[in-house]
Ligand binder design. Structure first.
Ligand SMILES: [Zn+2]
Length: 314
């Protein structure tokens, strides 16, 4: 698959989103995508376009999750948020966004994103931590089905991706290997023991960027990676649920580091939103402005777009 990688000519970055992603009045995890879509519509990042994804199907979801659990959610009785049927519409749409972004970059190379959140804690047969279905592993599994040999899930959400680790392990038990995780967290929630295929570090604010750089540098033979799926949580940020000292400048450096690392090996990469929370005077719009940094840095690095003004400040 590596030889098919397309290089360096990307001019448009697709950002998958549909109003089906959001549930009115919902918690930030499934409410904030609309705020960010508004920001990206009112003041677009050059070179990006919002694309409505075809939703995921039951078949996509049961490729990594327990069928009984999946059917409970899809029938409106198994999600964590409510028994509202809309939650099934929402999770199929947000998972579909990841799948369509994965297909886009496997086909064309480069970078794409989806305004999806609530993925990495989801376990084989249950939701956890505001995550219902694990779109990261569903996306990685889809990439393997499409011929990818090596998929890296890079998780920089504040919390650990224990759900992801469990699901990668279960796929490996079925001889579906080729998926690995690198995870740098600032909270022990959903932590797990490291394995050959999943490396977790939990750090403080002062070690944050250096640990991420070291973790990227420790990845063996990055050029053989067929796809990176980046869980770009904003909840490490000091005002969005994280640690004092991880400010907007640190977050922008983090996003630059990730996309520059991936671009240096011409790796196809898909980003998603993950955590990041409003509270006090820090509004949902402020959270969306943080997530916009991911879009800006992805565009800057992959499309060579020059930023005129940063949209978020400390
Ligand atoms: Zn989180």
């Amino acid at each position: 698959m590596n030889k098919q990688k397309k290089c360096s000519t990307q001019s448009i970055m697709s950002v998958f989103y549909s109003p089906d992603y959001i549930i009115d009045g919902a918690f930030d995890t499934i409410g904030k995508a609309g705020e960010l879509a508004d920001l990206l519509t009112l003041d677009p990042v050059a070179g990006t376009r919002i694309v409505k994804p075809v939703s995921a199907t039951r078949r996509d979801i049961v490729s990594v999750h327990d069928e009984t659990y999946v059917d409970r959610v899809l029938n409106g009785h198994g999600g964590q948020f409510s028994s509202d049927d809309e939650s099934a519409v929402s999770v199929l749409a947000t998972t579909g966004g990841v799948l369509r972004a994965v297909e886009t970059v496997l086909e064309n190379g480069g970078c794409a994103g989806s305004l999806s959140s609530g993925l990495h804690h989801a376990k084989y047969d249950s939701g956890s931590g505001y995550c219902t279905f694990n779109g990261l592993v569903i996306g990685a599994r889809q990439a393997i089905s499409l011929g990818a040999k090596r998929v890296l899930i890079l998780d920089l959400d504040a919390h650990c991706g224990g759900g992801t680790k469990e699901l990668i392990g279960l796929l490996r038990d079925q001889d579906i290997d080729g998926i690995e995780q690198v995870d740098v967290s600032v909270s022990s929630f959903d932590q797990y023991h490291n394995a050959t295929f999943a490396q977790l570090k939990i750090v403080g604010a002062s070690d944050y960027l250096v640990t991420i750089q070291q973790s990227l540098d420790a990845i063996v033979d990055p050029g053989s990676i067929d796809l990176v799926i980046y869980n770009a949580g904003m909840d490490p940020h000091e005002k969005a649920g994280g640690l004092q000292g991880i400010n907007t400048s640190v977050i922008r450096q983090r996003e630059a580091m990730v996309f520059e690392w991936a671009k240096s090996f011409d790796l196809p990469i898909v980003w998603v939103l993950a955590g990041g929370y409003s509270g006090g005077s820090f509004t949902k719009r402020d959270v969306a402005a943080l997530h916009r940094i991911t879009v800006e840095e992805a565009a800057r690095v992959y499309l060579n777009v020059t930023m005129i003004a940063a949209s978020a400040s400390d």
